[in-house]
Ligand binder design. Structure first.
Ligand SMILES: C[S@@+](CC[C@H](N)C(=O)[O-])C[C@H]1O[C@@H](n2cnc3c(N)ncnc32)[C@H](O)[C@@H]1O
Length: 319
């Protein structure tokens, strides 16, 4: 197992501005890289509620934690609480822990290197595996079901909307024609069908593999990522204490757009039309945006951890 390298670690820690005794949610525990740095800053006296929707991720973390003194002690003293849930259930998670509000919340979206590289999950076109892509094995929809049963139009719209795939219709049409002969079962079969859609010359000019955007789009659709992110953001702002901070790291333009627009709306006061003599909407700004432009990794970070190249960090403070 490779160990996932936390992205924008210094920038997140500076941005969250944590103090001893703080109560913090790490909504995406993964390999615990960010959680570890948070614990260093909030202990003694603080608590970290660390959430992950992927049971195997949590299990790997538990194994790793046994060899790490800081994690062992924090788990023993219940200063680190692990929760298997989708971050879209943040409110429920905090209610179960009898926590009303928190000082800081972090979400480092997407998947860890370990998950992507585990062929049996089906996340990567470069690893042979089943067309699964479910983050949580308790959910029903798989990538295979989308590929083998959704209409051509629906597949094309998923690829366009979630993958920005310019060849969405041609790929969807190739998928429908191949599955007419035999249903898709593996990532290899899907990758090969996508490769055939791109003429060799175009493929050679591309900076990314032609299957990159299709695999990303399917993963987003299978795990209902935009819906869960919006639900999470709403609850995060509600559950922050005044002066508390929320930091979100995204890895593709669709995710970043959701965070940017959500922050903008929450930071806005009155939304009455300009002609209104007095405010009728009664909207008060709920947050202050601390990152006018998203923070991106330094060249050095990208050199050391190429996975960081598309990361964008946005931070807001509760008013
Ligand atoms: C990029 S990794 C986090 C890495 C972590 N910050 C670290 O430093 O090791 C994202 C993690 O979030 C989890 N995850 C993704 N979507 C989730 C969701 N909707 N709810 C809860 N966890 C989620 C994934 O299972 C994965 O373990």
């Amino acid at each position: 197992m490779t160990r996932h390298i936390p992205v924008l670690l210094r920038e997140v820690m500076e941005g969250l501005y944590l103090k001893k005794g703080a109560v913090v949610v790490d909504a995406t525990l993964g390999g615990g890289g960010h959680t570890r740095e948070i614990l260093k800053r909030v202990l003694p006296g603080g608590t970290v509620i660390a959430i992950d929707a992927d049971l195997s991720s949590l299990e790997s973390f538990r194994t790793l934690a046994q060899t790490d003194d800081l994690f062992c002690q924090a788990l023993r003293e219940k200063a680190l609480v692990l929760v298997h849930k989708n971050y879209s259930c943040l409110g429920e998670v905090l209610e179960n822990e009898s926590i009303e509000s928190v000082d800081a919340i972090l979400a480092d979206l997407g998947f860890s290197s370990d998950q992507i590289e585990a062929g049996d999950r089906g996340f990567s076109f470069s690893q042979s595996g089943p067309l699964d892509m479910r983050l949580n094995q308790e959910t029903k929809l798989t990538a295979g079901e989308i590929i083998n049963t959704f209409s051509l139009e629906k597949i094309a719209s998923i690829l366009r909307e979630y993958g920005d795939e310019s060849e969405s219709r041609r790929i969807a049409s190739a998928i429908v024609s191949v599955r007419g002969e035999k249903p898709f079962t593996t990532t290899d079969e899907l990758r090969e069908s996508i490769e055939k859609v791109y003429p060799k010359g175009k493929r050679q000019r591309m900076k990314i593999h032609p299957a990159t955007q299709t695999f990303q789009a399917l993963r987003i659709a299978v795990n209902q990522e935009p819906e869960h992110l919006e639900q999470f953001l709403r609850q995060a702002v509600e559950r922050l204490k005044t002066g508390g901070r929320v930091a979100v790291i995204t890895f593709h333009s669709g995710e970043d757009r959701i965070v940017k627009q959500f922050f903008k709306k929450q930071a806005m006061g009155c939304v009455c039309p300009p002609g209104f003599p007095v405010c009728r909407c009664g909207n008060e700004p709920k947050i202050k945006i601390l990152t006018k432009k998203p923070i991106i990794p330094t060249d050095e970070e990208v050199k050391n951890n190429p996975r960081a190249r598309s990361a964008k960090l946005r931070i807001a403070e509760k008013l």
